[in-house]
Design a protein around this ligand. Structure first.
Ligand code: BGC
Length: 408
């Protein structure tokens, strides 16, 4: 629907028209980002709900199959925790733990999703569920530093309780493959943060079912809605490249400089910590292509002159400039990395990360508001951005034009 709207806006350019038409075929995840997203509003011309999407997937599967059904995957994002995304303001969401949010999350949201996914009509689909982006990693890294919501969700166990409920419910559905959000290398990549994450996620998954089975999740999803490259082609994460100070401030001693090195490392550390050997990863490549004219084309003496991640700081997450679509979604993308299940487009390219309007300080009905990371004070953030999740045509076009590999 939104791509069609962008198509009407690019008619003057044959190149852009071709890009937008190609983008209409990209599979992206369905974000169940509020209770109302489950039903959607298709009958009144609004967005498709969960049943609509599942029915469409079944219809597509039938159309593409002969007498035996071919596998068909649909990707969902479970994203409505109470007090969501405790360290930022752009996407806090509709539910508050102080206002009975946990009961609502369980009964009006997770129970309904689980009931729909369990319907026999959908038993032939492979359902990928990316569980709760941002919140748990934010809690892991932002407790005790003055972020009051992070301190409170931590002490009250809000995220742990909510995510464990979700894992427990969905673990009974054999065709649901759960991937917990594991942030990205520029966030949890440092040795101390990874250690915290491995501990935290192990306790989280263990406590979700009475058996403590760590195999209830298929694995982890990295880089969801972020811009971190799969691979920095011209250097690696050795000390000389990641040191702080001088011209190589960018990595601040974080040796995980890209998503491939990060997921490789996590995979061996999680398995060493007791997760089963089947533990797998998916990586969101929807916006990490970095194919703008500013992309370096070869090695240089200085890391800053050869990194393809052109952000001023790796922590910048909002509507980042000079970014492009990354590797196209596909299963088993790397024969040398059997733990990589797929490159996926979790964040739909063109959906905003947050409003750039600094006056929008009161949360709207979806709990969206201004975060300084999205404003003019951040050199990396595009201006003219609507609220998180809303369509941002200019960003969409930028991402298509800067795609790497280029869109053919
Ligand atoms: C927003 C969601 C939206 C998602 C995908 C998030 O930042 O908060 O409402 O569905 O991005 O665009």
């Amino acid at each position: 629907m939104q791509v069609a709207q962008s198509l009407t806006r690019v008619t003057a350019s044959a190149t852009d028209t071709a890009l937008v038409k190609a983008a209409a075929k990209f599979p992206t995840a369905v974000w169940l980002d509020r209770i109302a997203a489950i039903d959607g509003a298709k009958s009144t011309g609004g967005a498709m709900g969960l049943v609509d999407h599942l029915d469409a997937a079944v219809a597509q599967q039938k159309a593409q199959s002969g007498s035996t059904l071919k596998p068909m995957t649909i990707q969902l994002v479970v994203y409505d925790l109470p007090d969501r995304d405790c360290a930022a303001l752009a996407s806090n969401g509709e539910l508050s733990s102080a206002n009975d949010g946990m009961t609502k999350y369980k009964t009006l949201y997770i129970d309904r999703i689980a009931e729909i996914l369990a319907r026999p009509a959908y038993a032939g689909l492979r359902i990928v569920a990316v569980i709760e982006p941002d919140s748990f990693p934010n809690m892991l890294t932002n407790v005790g530093i003055g972020k009051t919501v992070c301190d409170s969700v931590n002490s009250k166990g809000v995220y742990v309780q909510g995510i464990q409920y979700t894992l427990n419910k969905l673990s009974t559905l054999k065709n649901v493959y759960m991937y917990l959000d594991i942030a990205h290398s520029g966030w949890l990549g440092w040795d101390n943060n990874r250690a915290k994450a491995i501990d935290g996620f192990k306790t989280l998954v263990k406590g979700a079912t009475p058996s403590g089975n760590l195999g209830i999740i298929r694995g982890f999803a990295s880089n969801t809605a972020n811009y971190t490259p799969l691979d920095e082609p011209y250097f690696d994460g050795t000390d000389n490249n990641v040191k702080s100070g001088g011209t190589t401030e960018f990595y601040e001693w974080n040796r995980m400089i890209d998503e491939l090195s990060y997921t490789d490392k996590l995979r061996s550390e999680f398995v060493a910590a007791g997760f089963p050997d089947t533990l797998s990863f998916i990586i969101d490549t929807s916006r990490n292509g970095w194919g703008s004219p500013k992309r370096p084309t070869g090695p240089a003496a200085d890391v800053d002159d050869m990194r393809i991640d052109r952000r001023a700081a790796r922590g910048n997450w909002c509507n980042v400039k000079d970014t492009g679509i990354g590797e196209r979604p596909r299963a088993n993308p790397d024969a040398t990395r059997t733990h990589l299940d797929a490159f996926v487009f979790v964040k739909p390219p063109g959906a905003s990360d947050g409003t750039s309007d600094s006056t929008a300080t009161t949360p709207n009905a979806e709990g969206k508001r201004f975060d300084a990371m999205c404003g003019s004070g951040n050199v990396d953030a595009l201006s003219g951005a609507p609220h998180a999740g809303q369509w941002f045509h200019d960003q969409f076009l930028m991402l298509l034009r800067n795609a790497s590999p280029a869109i053919k």
